[in-house]
Design a binder for this molecule. Structure first.
Ligand code: BGC
Length: 818
């Protein structure tokens, strides 16, 4: 039987059921036709298999222990496709052994602002790097017949109001910056599924955005897998089916399936669209589990489905260590590193003992074996320890600080372990600033006054400011390095491993330097991406701004020299050849980076953009000839006028180097094309984008770039709310204010997936519809509708009674039932 024939045997109701999960983690099964369900589990840097599949509330968190690998910001710093492939393969084996068919990752949203709470889970500020690394991860996982869900498609670049906000983005920026990594993964690795984001793009929620899910994803990119929603991102399910959202997650308790069934029966949803969604899902169900009716008469079925891989957590822990040692970035070194075992060394800061090795939220792993830098370092040398400050301390404890300063004075080198506490960066909310807790900055400053040989090791998921940078000898950015990060860190500190990580994001000098400083996290309804394509280093280079550490930066214990650049213009591609030599005295790896720029042209451009990179391991004295090939896309921009990528004719600058600001070789290639004939804008229509500072763009110019009026950013007084709004949206209405306060109080004391604040933001910022679809019947649709009526000042008496009978007293402002 073919898949189409199988679907032909299903009733509309049965098909509709396939458009939503049956619980928090499984797709529906249909016994009558022998269709099994498929199980998904969170990633991306470890398998978070949740024991309880039935509980769809976000607080259901009981998870199976597994190996916690470095999180994505760390992984990205490896600049190594092989690392992502290894991680993918290892995760796939763990998934198989745990009966998980699909891992929810990688997460590849672009780091628009260093304040995004979830940046630790995202790869980079650069779409090319993100696409390359994510493609390797996806191939690695899928090689073992386990699926991925590449997320969050698209433009989920902040946590604040992530479930309701609409990102206002011009077409070119959307394509070049926010979609192109997804495009690369779809075209390069054929991911089994994609997860749509919560937010909207230009006024249409991703979960029902046809342009995104069908026109671009399927029609332009040729996508063959299925699309699932982020958890609770569904709004109107029939519209989602029509737009290309195949599976809504988690279960809505049957409401969504009922809506889809009704829509087909009353003719508002074309049945062929429902069939297409079911087909997309069942293709993958068959791939992982096998649907017997599709294989009648076949002998053994697909062997790949039957292989139970070997899985050993201790071995995977070693892989986690090896990966972590490729991810750490030596930001500064004036000679103190590597440490000599004969030094009198003191480690300071509780992070030395209790490392922060992962971020909070849905990626939170019940780690198998956590190694601390202190314990690991004691294998190499006699290291003393002083607490100095606790991992969550805001203010210095003077006694602890004095002890640490004294110990630092007596030692010959002080290594301070600093980092961001869990409540500083997490899924669910954004960061307040770029600083480390004051206690840490203050203690580092005091230590530097007595000890010139001070080294700082950082454990954080995204950039921090370093007010003490000129006073310390060395800084090792360990990122959130996974459960084996402590061992990797100790090996680097003592020179057993030569650091080779490079920053996949810029570390700005201060928050007020960042490109979206004026427009992050936006207003009530929208967030305007006014800086357009000038994200990360594209911005800092455009305005020639000094940064703390540039994109691509990372030191080594050896030196590398670059020479003999040759640029070979072949018809369809450009070959960049150069020689790389390890001119130092120890073996090590360098990430050679190739940037392309076009100083003169018809459109606004970044000064340079990463278009190629290779990590190369060399023995001392060894020299190798490197070739990096640039295809047409490396020279293109997305022309919104033409609806296509175009290569402008003319001269392009090619630079090769060790970071975006340490360029060692430069050359020019001239391309003779006829692209770029349709011009949307002239330079004098977009003066800031061409010649100015794109962090500050006028309304008029932004509207010109958008080719549309700027949408309303705030709610008007008296504007009617819907169940797709959140409590955050209604909190200024008469009853919204009361309920917001009650809800906030009720959240107190709840921790969710490693974070205290995330539970609260989930409740206050989720669309109100999720109160009844998520609560497993605890909140009914009628109660949610009555609440909404009150927020809209409608039928007050009647609605107060309905909510009161559900235990919500909005007159006295309290809950009467749990
Ligand atoms: C997150 C996703 C995650 C899902 C399931 C959502 O809140 O945004 O990344 O995969 O929950 O836990």
């Amino acid at each position: 039987m073919t898949l189409k024939e199988l679907i032909g045997q299903m009733t509309v109701a049965e098909k509709a059921k396939f458009t939503e999960g049956i619980n928090a983690w499984e797709t529906p099964a249909l016994e009558r036709l022998g269709i099994p369900s498929v199980r998904v589990a969170d990633g991306p840097h470890g398998v978070r298999k949740q024991n309880d599949t039935e509980d769809t509330t976000p607080e259901a968190a009981g998870t199976v222990t597994s190996v916690c690998f470095p999180s994505a910001s760390a992984l990205a710093a490896s600049f190594n496709r092989g690392v992502f492939a290894t991680l993918g393969e290892t995760l796939a084996k763990e998934c198989k052994a745990l009966d998980v068919d699909m891992i929810l990752g990688p997460a590849i949203n672009i780091k628009r602002s260093p304040l995004c709470g979830r940046n630790f889970e995202y790869v980079s500020e650069d779409p090319y790097l993100t696409g390359e690394l994510a493609t390797a991860y996806v191939k690695g996982v899928q090689r073992h017949n386990v699926g991925v869900s590449v997320k969050h498609f698209a433009a989920n670049n902040q946590e604040k109001r992530r479930m309701t906000i609409s990102a206002v983005i011009d077409e070119r920026t959307l394509r070049e910056i926010y979609l192109s990594a997804f495009e690369a993964v779809v075209k390069g690795a054929d991911p089994d599924s994609l997860m749509c984001s919560y937010n909207g793009i230009n006024g249409v929620f991703s979960s029902q955005n046809k342009k995104l899910l069908t026109d671009i994803l399927r029609d332009e990119w040729g996508y063959k897998g299925f699309v699932m929603s982020d958890w609770g991102a569904v709004h109107e399910r029939p519209l989602g089916v029509a737009a290309g959202l195949d599976l809504g997650m988690p279960s809505s308790g049957g409401k969504d399936a009922k809506d889809v069934e009704e829509a087909v029966l009353n003719g508002t949803l074309d049945e062929s669209l429902l069939d297409a969604a079911v087909e997309n899902i069942l293709k993958k169900v068959d791939k992982y589990k096998g649907i017997p009716l599709l294989h009648e008469g076949e002998e053994a079925g697909d062997q790949a489905r039957k292989i139970k891989p070997q899985f050993n957590r201790s071995d995977d822990h070693k892989i986690a260590r090896k990966i972590a040692s490729e991810c750490m970035v030596l930001l500064k070194n004036e000679g103190m590193l590597p440490l000599s075992t004969s030094e009198k060394i003191v480690f300071i800061g509780e992070y030395a003992k209790k490392p922060r090795f992962q971020g909070a939220g849905s990626s939170h792993i019940e780690a198998f074996r956590i190694s601390s830098p202190l314990a690991a370092a004691r294998h190499f040398a006699d290291v003393r320890y002083k607490k100095g400050f606790g991992v969550n301390d805001e203010k210095l404890d003077e006694k602890l600080a004095d002890e640490a300063v004294l110990a630092a004075r007596k030692a010959s080198v002080a290594v301070v372990f600093a980092g961001l506490p869990d409540e500083y960066e997490s899924e669910g909310f954004d960061r307040d600033g770029l600083s480390l807790p004051e206690a840490q900055n203050e203690l580092i400053a005091r230590i530097c006054r007595v000890q010139p040989n001070t080294v700082v090791c950082l454990q954080n998921g995204s950039p921090v400011t370093m007010p003490w940078i000129n006073d310390v000898n060395a800084v090792l950015e360990c990122y959130l390095a996974g459960e084996a990060g402590g061992e990797a860190c100790a090996k680097i500190l003592f020179g057993k491993t030569n650091p080779s990580g490079k920053l996949a994001e810029t570390f700005p000098l201060k928050l007020s330097d960042t490109p979206c400083r004026e427009n992050f996290p936006g207003r009530a309804k929208t967030v305007e991406y006014r800086e357009a394509i000038f994200v990360g280093y594209r911005y800092y280079d455009k305005v020639s701004m000094n940064v703390l550490f540039p994109f691509g930066h990372g030191l080594s214990y050896t030196n590398f020299s670059y020479s003999d650049l040759r640029i070979n213009n072949k018809v369809d591609e450009v070959e960049v050849n150069f020689k790389l030599k390890n001119s130092g005295s120890c073996s090590g790896a360098e990430v050679a980076q190739v940037y392309v720029g076009k100083p003169v042209g018809q459109v606004h451009r970044a000064v340079r953009e990463l278009k190629g990179f290779e990590k190369i391991y060399l023995e001392p004295g060894e020299e190798r000839e490197i070739t990096i090939t640039l295809d047409k896309r490396a020279f293109s921009y997305y022309s919104a006028g033409e609806g296509d990528w175009v290569v402008e004719p003319g001269s392009y600058h090619i630079s090769v180097g060790s970071s975006s600001r340490d360029l060692r070789l430069r050359g020019v290639v001239t391309l003779d094309t006829n692209g770029g004939s349709v011009k949307l804008h002239k330079a004098d229509e977009l003066p800031t984008y061409f010649f100015g500072d794109p962090a500050v763009v006028s309304d008029e110019e932004f509207a010109t770039l958008l080719c549309a009026p700027i949408p309303e950013a705030d709610y008007k007084p008296g504007e009617k709310f819907t169940l797709f709004n959140s409590l955050e949206d209604v909190k200024n209405t008469r009853f919204g204010r009361v309920f917001y306060r009650i809800a906030k109080l009720a959240c107190k004391g709840h921790t969710l997936l490693g974070s205290k604040k995330m539970f609260e933001t989930n409740v206050l910022e989720t669309q109100m519809r999720n109160y009844f679809t998520w609560s497993g019947g605890r909140v009914t649709e009628d109660t949610a509708k009555a609440l909404l009526g009150l927020f809209n000042n409608e039928d007050i008496e009647k609605n107060l009674k309905i909510v009161a009978s559900a235990g919500i007293d909005l007159v006295k402002g309290r809950l009467t039932k749990k």
